[in-house]
Ligand binder design. Structure first.
Ligand SMILES: Nc1nc2c(c(=O)[nH]1)N[C@H]1C(S)=C(S)[C@@H](COP(=O)(O)O)O[C@H]1N2
Ligand SMILES: [Mo]
Length: 198
C-alpha cells in the first residue's frame, strides 16, 4: 500500500497556534451518530462531473488504498498527532467521475445531513482521503465509520464523517458550520476559526 506523510507532520512546530496536544481521540458530532448498514451504504459523486457515479461498499473497497499519516486539529483547540488513516485518495476517487474544468469547489454531504465545503485545489492535495480505517482498526461509527473524509491541512470540521456524497461545484456554497459562524477557509496555521476572524 502506498504510504503518504502529510507535510504538516514534518513541521518543527506541529501543534497549530492556540491548540494543545491530546493523546485521546475525542468525539465531536453535532446531533446523533448515524448507523449505516454496509449493505445499504452508497457513495455518490455528482455535480460538475463528466459522469455521475454511485459506488457501493464492495466497489469502494476494491479501489486502491493508501495510508496517510496526519495530524488532526479541532477548532475547540485539541490536536491529535500521528493518526494513521487508510482509505482512497480523494484525487483518485474523483477521476472515476471525471472532473469538469468548471469545477472550483467541493461540497461533502453526509448521512445525517451534515455538509462542509472547500475549494477543489485544497481537496486535491495528496493527503486528502476517504478513510475507512484509523490506526489499524476499522473506523468506529462515532468517528465517522464506515467512511469519512480527512483533510489534514484544515480544521477538523472540514473532515466530514459518514460521507455519502461528493458534489463538485462551479460556485462556492457554505456547509453546515460555515453557515453557523465558522470560517469558510479554516486554515489552522492561520487560526481561521470563526467569521469575525476572517
Ligand atoms: N457528519 C459530521 N461530520 C463531522 C462533524 C459532525 O458533526 N458531523 N463534526 C466535525 C468536527 S467539528 C470535528 S472536530 C470532527 C471530529 O471528528 P471525531 O469525532 O472523529 O474526532 O468531525 C467533523 N466532521
Ligand atoms: Mo471540531
Amino acid at each position: 500500500m502506498k504510504k503518504i506523510t502529510s507535510t504538516d507532520t514534518l513541521r518543527i512546530q506541529r501543534i497549530a497556534p492556540g491548540q494543545y496536544q491530546t493523546e485521546k481521540f475525542p468525539v465531536l458530532t453535532y446531533g446523533p451518530t448515524p448507523r449505516i448498514d454496509i449493505k445499504e451504504w452508497k457513495l455518490e459523486i455528482f455535480g460538475e462531473v463528466e459522469r455521475k457515479i454511485v459506488l457501493d461498499w464492495d466497489q469502494f473497497m476494491n479501489l486502491p488504498k493508501v495510508e496517510v499519516l496526519a495530524d488532526f486539529h479541532c477548532v475547540t483547540t485539541w490536536s491529535r498527532l500521528d493518526n494513521r488513516w487508510e482509505g482512497v485518495q480523494f484525487n483518485e476517487l474523483v477521476k472515476l467521475a471525471g472532473v469538469k474544468p468548471s469545477t472550483k469547489f467541493v461540497m461533502q454531504h453526509c448521512y445525517g445531513g451534515y455538509t462542509t465545503n472547500l475549494p477543489l485545489d485544497v481537496m486535491m492535495d495528496e493527503d486528502v482521503l476517504l478513510a475507512c480505517r484509523h490506526d489499524g482498526e476499522a473506523l468506529p461509527a462515532d468517528h465517522g465509520g464506515p467512511v469519512r473524509v480527512i483533510v489534514p491541512k484544515r480544521y477538523a470540521w472540514k473532515s466530514a464523517k459518514w460521507i455519502r456524497g461528493i458534489e463538485l461545484m462551479a460556485n462556492d456554497r457554505e456547509g453546515f458550520w460555515e453557515r453557523n459562524g465558522y470560517s469558510n477557509s479554516a486554515d489552522q496555521w492561520n487560526e481561521e476559526r470563526y467569521w469575525e476572524e476572517k
